[in-house]
Design a protein around this ligand. Sequence first.
Ligand code: CTP
Ligand code: MG
Length: 236
Amino acid sequence: IRTAVVIPAAGRGVRLGPGTPKALRTLGGTPMLVHAVRAMAASRAVSHIVVVAPSDGATEVDRLLHEYPLADRTELVVVPGGRTRQESVRLGLAALPEGIDVVLVHDAARPLVPVDTVDAVIAAVRAGAPAVVPALPLADTVKQVEPQPQGTPEPVVGTPERSLLRAVQTPQGFDPETLRKAHDTVVEGEGATDDAGLAERLGVPVVVVPGHEEAFKVTRPLDLVLAEAVLARRRA
Ligand code: CTP
Ligand code: MG
């Protein structure tokens, strides 16, 4: 049984601040994208990885990845991405080989996900779930608000029960046909912020497996501090 991974890495990283595209920023001296690729290749089930690079930087990313060869025989290809994450994933799916049994979509911005989490997602798809997401309970209480113009306090509309909420991570795992259909059917801009969200719109059942604290997304500058600390702890 073969598993392929699409790694969307075409974002700019606006919230991280000015500089190189986020996936190419370094953690412990190694580009974040290389950490993410290694995290996927660490799973023995993974045979193919498609990296979706910034549309104007695919050649550069391809060259960079050649500087960090993988220890095993995982095949790696680089394709140019799109203007949104959804478009980038769709372009990555188009580059998947035939005969794949499980497809994962993993954000380059989650470079430190442990292999056990990757394997748990793959195992749940193999066990028959068409769509699987790793997720964690929330630490913060969440409020729904009525958005207002900047500077005006936002009225609270409600407080969903925290114990029923989960913060969703990647890799998300799918039956390949289900994910292709979801990306072919759901129109961009309909508000799905992850791949499982597209599948949900088609009525596909999605299940949750336990996520991991170290699978957090590097989004803001403080996340870089945390990522460096996690790496330093692993190397100690
Ligand atoms: N991504 C992508 N193509 C895009 C936008 C995002 O492949 N057009 C990828 C990012 O590279 C990242 C993942 O989707 O690995 C999750 O997105 P996010 O964390 O939002 O990254 P960015 O979009 O780069 O960051 P920001 O929103 O702060 O600009
Ligand atoms: Mg983004």
